[in-house]
Design a protein around this ligand. Sequence first.
Ligand code: ADP
Length: 221
Amino acid sequence: MILVGLTGGIGSGKSTVSSLLEDKGAVIIDADAIVREVQLPGSPVLAKLAEKFGAEVLASDGSLDRQAVANIVFTDPDALKVLNAIVHPAVGLEMNRRMIEQRTTNNVVILDIPLLTENPREGLQGKIVVDVPVEVQVERLTKFRGFDEADARARIGRQATREQRLETADFVLDNAGDLAALEPQIEKLWEWLKSLPQLPPDYEPVTPIPNAGPKTPDTKS
Ligand code: ADP
């Protein structure tokens, strides 16, 4: 297994990059999707969230009302800690399980983590950063993802800055241009990924640094 992280600010095109890499043959471990999965109805995580925050965090169909949770933790740092203490370990375990499942393969495994800069993780062979100016993020979020401008700017403002993200990058994708401009960069990225050494088959995933949790959960990313 070759194991790298992929990150980028909201609206930078991280999901777009992720699916282009998947087309190349990479295995994607998508942190956001795992967060949703561990909170599905019937899960121990959802039961604990309902116990701690009350039935108000449940939608009428019994699923988690992510917006209700976001509203609670937005103004209450202690509630955010409680949320993270319930959700993060379950997500971490599932991510580790998927890495262990891959460790005896020769696959390129991409950990797709929106807040990788905010929550650094050891044990990766590199970090890919999808880079765009803030104005491009705002434009794409408002044009394609239904955000209003103030909300887009507020969400961007709660994430790491472009500079902080770039400082941690081993490979930068410039996604300020169109998709045609992204594709040749994906080719180069894939060459780089394939050139990395295979990790040993007994590779042990390293759990991220605790208590550095996301500042706020993102209900729309
Ligand atoms: P993220 O996962 O980083 O939040 P997305 O991959 O969802 O971002 O991209 C945000 C929006 O911008 C999506 O609608 C996507 O289709 C679009 N997009 C991504 N990259 C480009 C690009 N190079 N040119 C035009 N639109 C793009």
